[in-house]
Design a protein around this ligand. Structure first.
Ligand code: DGL
Length: 247
């Protein structure tokens, strides 16, 4: 079984890619909605939440932890990974591999305030890709919109426009450095036009999971959803977000 966690619904974008790659894998997805949004929390709090979430997934007996939260990866990049029984696939490493494979040189990263504050994306990309130009932009308004299911219409479009106003339009690529943001991809596409490549690290994350687990990922293709928040509301929102990603 593969374990994933996020602060909330954003990690479903990673789960969706993982299921495309490994359709018969059994997965367990934990959304820490009692503490969402992570992006506004202190590093100390985030490190504690990361430790607790890894421990929770380990207690389920998972074979691997496929990270679905960039903010937690950013904290681990800065302070080191807490111990875990299962191997951990880091989402920021997957993002760097995707950027390297795409050959992008002028790259924007949109992420939570905590991720941008930790500087982890910039450090990782610059250390692995020579001559890369990276600009990191926080987008704190977007996670609450996705959690509230407000993903269509004027409000999310204006919020994404506001974020994109801080980006130069001669970027080669924009990396979704938060797993909630791919849910709003069409608004980013509308704001940035066709010239800027949109990079969702989840695709590379799923590719690496398939390489890591291979045959061991074979199961019944079942997903178990767990939240630290309101379960009925969570399951209704999961269905809505998964529906909107299929459109
Ligand atoms: N979706 C998470 C990430 O990738 C966290 C978003 C939040 O709770 O602020 O960073």
């Amino acid at each position: 079984m593969i374990g994933l966690f996020d602060s909330g619904l954003g990690g479903l974008t990673v789960l969706a890619r993982l299921r495309e790659r490994l359709p018969s894998a059994d997965t367990i997805f934990f959304a820490d909605q009692a503490h969402v949004p992570y992006g506004d929390r202190t590093h100390r709090e985030l490190l504690g939440l990361l430790r607790a979430n890894l421990g929770r997934l380990d207690s389920y007996g998972v074979d691997a932890i496929v990270m679905a939260c960039n903010t937690s990866c950013a904290i681990a990049e800065r302070y080191g990974w807490p111990p875990s029984r299962a191997p951990i696939l880091d989402l920021i490493q997957s993002a760097a591999l995707a950027v390297a494979r795409g050959g992008f040189r002028r790259v924007g990263v949109v992420a939570t305030a905590a991720t941008v504050g930790a500087g982890s994306y910039g450090r990782t990309l610059r250390s692995q890709i020579g001559g890369i130009d990276v600009v990191e932009v926080p987008a704190p308004a977007l996670v609450p919109l996705v959690e509230a299911g407000e993903v269509d219409g004027d409000v999310p479009r204006a919020a994404v426009d506001e974020v994109c106003a801080h980006l130069s339009l001669d970027l080669d690529a924009l990396v979704f450095g938060c797993t909630h943001y791919p849910v709003l991809e069409r608004h980013f596409r509308a704001a940035l036009g066709e010239r800027v490549e949109l990079v969702d690290p989840a695709a590379m994350q799923a590719e690496r999971a398939a390489e890591l687990l291979g045959e061991r990922a074979r199961g019944a293709g079942r997903t178990t959803y767990v939240t630290s928040g309101d379960e009925a509301a969570f399951l209704a929102k999961v269905a809505r977000i998964e529906g909107s990603m299929c459109r």
